[in-house]
Write a protein that binds this ligand. Structure first.
Ligand code: SF4
Length: 421
């Protein structure tokens, strides 16, 4: 099985920073993150220093990273907007120095001393340059993405904001355990507009406790009214070990039933597509040219380096995982040891299934010839039984040049993907 698209001289490559800090733990969250106050003094600074140090440790460990063309940088979490703009700038600067930003004209970005007397003009210029080449996304929480701070992120090189709104309904936000109010989300959106980012997006969650098709319709209407170039729409998942899961198990909360959730998914698809967004991935909608390049890189089988506690990497056909324990992660990086552990290689069948799954998540579908090249087999004959069954059940649309999930297939995507494993 091939891990690089044969048409790419060097596969697309993205850098992911995992920032494990949050203001409070949301009721539904199973991400590797901790409330910043609960970590105790000193941890925050150690985490930021470890992120910077790990870039160098990774490059020293993986030869394939040396001078590697870089396409995207993504700050995820956690709540990356709890990083100061200066901290984000330091990490961006380090990444752009260590890797070769694809198509990026090196200029005053390289060395602050070359920025001249008008540092602000130089910053604006470098941010503009990177916007044309490397996509640099920062996930933001409405409470920490406001006013001058958001403009400072733009000067730090960030050219794409992903705002975790989740809902504009105060009751739904409370049920999810979010720390922000609808008005704080609105202020953050105003600040993002004023910040002049070339692109940005917001996230919404459907299926939350206390939500209904009507309240979800209002969320969609308000999201459309704010006009973000990108909208992510996720169905709430109950993860074991979260407070929401426990409360649900104790019968303390009611969730919308399956039929209602189905209606909510379809309402989003109708509302957003009618208003001009393209449904390009199961959970993502974008205006033309505003898809997430970083996430598309995952779906297209590109390579990535994950930096931070619990982060994952995919390099030269191998997969690595950083420990999820914060102390273990910090001890490794502070001891100048790269924390990543190579994961056991999955079976060929599983690797192929994963590639097929990622390709089919994209609503425009997959080219069977490209799949054959990526999988190293004749996809059409190898998977004739699976695609035949799915096509007969109305979940997959199959033609000579394209293979894509039908609307029913989008709703039952897990069932579709299981066929290939
Ligand atoms: S802000 Fe995001 S990462 Fe942090 S607890 Fe909430 S859902 Fe989890």
């Amino acid at each position: 099985m091939r891990d690089r698209h044969p048409d790419s001289p060097v596969a697309e490559f993205g850098l992911y920073f995992h920032v494990p800090l949050c203001q409070a733990k949301c009721e539904y969250c199973d991400f590797v993150s901790w409330p910043v106050e609960a970590l105790g003094p000193g941890k925050r600074g150690r985490i930021v220093r470890a992120l910077e140090r790990e870039i160098d440790l990774a490059v020293a460990r993986h030869k394939v990273l040396r001078g590697r063309p870089l396409d995207t940088i993504y700050f995820g979490g956690g709540t990356p907007s709890l990083l100061q703009p200066a901290e984000v700038e330091r990490l961006v600067r380090r990444a752009l120095k260590v890797f070769e930003p694809r198509g990026f004209e090196r200029s005053s970005w390289d060395d602050p001393s070359e920025r001249g007397s008008d540092a602000q003009a130089a910053d604006a210029r470098t941010a503009g340059d990177s916007a044309r080449t490397v996509e640099i996304t920062l996930e933001c929480n409405p409470t920490s993405a406001r006013g001058p701070r958001i403009e400072e992120y733009a000067r730090a090189g960030v050219n794409r904001i992903s705002l975790g709104v989740q809902s504009f309904d105060a009751g739904v936000l409370r049920a999810l355990g979010r720390t922000h109010s609808p008005d704080e989300a609105r202020h953050a959106i105003h600040s993002i507009h004023a910040g002049g980012f070339p692109t940005w997006g917001l996230d919404l969650i459907f299926g939350a406790p206390g939500s209904s098709v009507e309240s979800w319709g209002r969320d969609l209407d308000e999201a459309v009214a704010h006009g973000p170039p990108h909208i992510s729409v996720y169905g709430l998942t109950l993860h074991k070990g979260t407070r929401l899961h426990e409360r649900h198990a104790r019968g303390e909360i009611d969730l919308p039933d399956e039929e209602t959730q189905r209606e909510m998914f379809l309402a989003a698809r109708r509302r957003l597509c009618d208003a001009g967004w393209h449904h390009y991935e199961i959970s993502n909608y974008a205006r033309p040219g505003h898809h997430s390049r970083h996430n598309s890189l995952y779906w297209n089988g590109g390579e990535y380096l994950g930096i931070g506690v619990g982060a994952h990497s995919h390099l030269a056909g191998r997969r690595y995982a950083n420990p999820e324990g914060l102390d273990e992660y910090l001890e490794a990086t502070e001891g100048a040891r790269h924390p990543g552990v190579e994961e056991p290689a999955p079976s060929l069948r599983s690797r192929r299934a994963e590639r097929i799954m990622l390709a089919l998540r994209q609503c425009d579908g997959a080219d069977p010839h490209r799949l054959s090249r990526d999988l190293g087999c004749d996809f059409v004959s190898e998977y004739a039984r699976e695609t035949g069954r799915l096509s007969e059940s109305g979940l997959l649309s199959v033609s000579t040049h394209n293979l894509r999930l039908t609307e029913e297939g989008l709703l039952l995507s897990d069932t579709v993907f299981e066929e290939f494993f």
